[in-house]
Ligand binder design. Structure first.
Ligand code: SF4
Length: 343
């Protein structure tokens, strides 16, 4: 259990001066109103909150650890807080162990939900993730239309596949010069695919079934007024670039709040030092920089994750190879092709 405070000033005073950063202070101030509520204590203002029911998405990762600490440190005397974890069906045991640790440390309960469509099922149903969400989405679209992976001009292909305009623009580099939406953003991928058309289904549908739909399902069950997520702008990737600020007001729905959205690496390190945050074995023993679904081919370090899984969690390793194996092989082949082409 950690000490909580009646006023925001007392809370801010409790942070060791040498560790306090501008963004930390900012996060405490913003989160105080939303999570703790206003008034009460010595303020002589009747306590009130806009958010009587708050849902907090816990991933077991480092950012989520900081967010939980911040919420518990601020306290939530006026709200019911639901910590929720979605089990995507491909999680490190170290992550699950860490959830138990967090529950003990803060005296909280983390409600665990199974994904609406768990990863193994999602990959069988829609296809396997390959390289990135965007690439997988375009490939999936083309596969659905029986595309033959030919290098022809856009106009010719569009006449042949009139319902695949966006994906064909990707394939033909027609999203504008140097656009990240073009296939050329992945050097030699087009040449590789022309010579090695994929013989298995590729898709980003797994993410939608295991994460997006699950999150919507849980939000429906809990029906919160505010949904908190441990997303940071500086972490990069699709998850963080999807947002431009730490808060979204949703009229007639559940507002979204990302309490540590503006934390940079230094703020994160300062917070960890100030409050002795302990992360899961995925970081401290396996040596990862970040976590998510175990060994997902979308992750930049899936090979390192696979090595760690083989060493520390052999059952998970076997499951990952079974689910994502075709994508691993195809990615390796593509990398070899790239090397060859670069000379
Ligand atoms: S991150 Fe990877 S494994 Fe997890 S849901 Fe998305 S595609 Fe599936």
């Amino acid at each position: 259990m950690i000490q909580t405070f009646e006023t925001m000033t007392e809370l801010l005073d409790s942070v060791p001066k040498e560790n306090m950063t501008f963004e930390m202070c900012n996060a405490f101030v913003k989160a105080w109103g939303k999570i703790h509520g206003y008034g009460g204590g010595k303020s002589e203002i009747q306590p009130f909150t806009k958010y009587p029911k708050i849902m907090v998405s816990v991933s077991g990762g480092a950012d989520s650890d900081i967010m939980i600490d911040l919420i518990e440190r601020i306290g939530h005397p006026l709200s019911e807080v639901h910590y929720v974890f979605f089990d995507t069906g491909i999680e490190f045991t170290a992550t699950k162990r860490h959830l138990d640790y967090l529950e003990n440390k803060y005296g909280i309960q983390i409600e665990r939900y199974r994904a609406k469509i768990p990863v193994p099922l999602g990959c069988r149903k829609y296809g396997v993730p390959f390289l990135s969400k965007q690439v997988s989405q375009y490939i999936s679209r083309l596969q659905k239309h029986g595309f033959k992976w030919e290098d022809k001009p856009f106009e010719v292909l569009y006449a042949e596949y009139p319902r695949c305009k966006a994906a064909l623009r990707w394939w033909c580099n027609r999203w504008g010069d140097h656009s990240k939406m073009n296939i050329s953003n992945n050097p030699w991928l087009k040449e590789f695919m022309v010579q090695n058309p994929p013989q298995f289904l590729i898709s980003d549908g797994c993410c939608s079934g295991a994460k997006k739909k699950t999150s919507a399902m849980i939000e429906k069950i809990i029906n919160p007024d505010l949904n908190c997520q441990g997303v940071r702008k500086a972490e990069g990737g699709a998850r963080s670039t999807a947002y431009t600020s730490c808060f979204d007001e949703v009229f007639g729905g559940c507002d979204k709040f990302r309490p540590i959205f503006w934390f940079k690496k230094e703020d994160k390190a300062a917070y960890e030092a100030a409050f002795e945050i302990v992360h899961s074995d995925c970081y401290t023993v396996y040596g990862f920089q970040r976590t998510g679904c175990a060994c997902c081919p979308f992750g930049r370090h899936w090979e390192d994750e696979l090595c760690a899984a083989e060493k520390y969690e052999p059952n998970l390793y076997r499951a990952a190879v079974n689910i994502f194996g075709k994508s691993y092989e195809y990615t390796k082949k593509y990398r070899e092709f790239q090397k060859k082409m670069k000379g």
